[in-house]
Ligand binder design. Sequence first.
Ligand SMILES: [Fe+2]
Ligand SMILES: [Fe+2]
Length: 350
Amino acid sequence: MTATASSSPVAKGSLERNQLPPHLNENLLTPRFYTTEFDKAAKTNLDIAREEFEAMFKEMEADYNLTHFDRKASLERLDELSPEDKAVYESYLVRSVVSEFSGFLLFKEISNRFKKSGRKELGQFFQFLARDEARHAGFLGRALKAEGINVDLPNLGNKRAATFFPLSWVLYSLYLSEKIGYWRYILINRHLKENPEKVCAPLFDFFEPWCQDENRHGDCINLMMRCWPGMTKGFRGKLLSRFFLWSVFLTHTLTVCERGDFYGLLGIDPVLFDEEVIKQTNHTTRNAFPWVYKFDDGKFLKMRVEILNAFRNWRESSGLSKPLALGKFISLIIRQFALPMEKTNAVRYG
Ligand SMILES: [Fe+2]
Ligand SMILES: [Fe+2]
């Protein structure tokens, strides 16, 4: 069965979607797709950051990774894995391909809307971002193919469900997802360089320049935020910073630790990995958001572990103790949300 001939987005051999092994049959197969205030976005005042935009445009146009994602490179796995580890690896690939592809869909849509509104430069700018994400998704699709799994990417796109977010929300969350993506890829890459015996697939050899794409994407989104100074000012700026940092970090903690088996496969401690990713992302975000969480007192990171334990406790509890466990989890995440923040010196125009 080939990717294009398959009636389901993911096909393994001759299996239909509802017969897929559990690790591939996830709700995640439909990428989340966001729509936003495109008319407002078309009014982006680039003149506020003209010089910076020109420089970033040239950097994206230079396409440093043009030849990096070699279509001929073999992505056959290096090691024989146990059936459990093989499932863990394949499940990671599926989640990654869906997330890269949903990035492609969003950037492509933004690019098209800019072009339709006569904002050619911005349309081209977002086309560069879409180009990179399409490459990332294509590469992961090839790694899956090497596992005998065909992902029909265009079909994934057709099944999307759109969620509306105001422009400010899209920019805050996109910035964080690009920067957290950068830190995830680079930290895995550094770990595998120090522990080469843990490299079970050639895919991981491609992570270093790959993460630089994500880093640049974050810088592009930061630039867009600077063109909308109102988004990062006053109470609104503080509330948006707080909400997106908290929700992205909380989601990261829960998902990394729930999928600890993938990190175990690479010899990475998921709790320590999560801590490092969050620390570094919070630090990097000083360049973009007006406020970031204060980590000096160690409270935020410590509370992460308590939240994780409360979450597991809730999942494992039953009967009367279940609502109590849920109450504990909710009170902890609210306390974490309210922890102290510190002002940054992020460059702002206007
Ligand atoms: Fe990407
Ligand atoms: Fe990206």
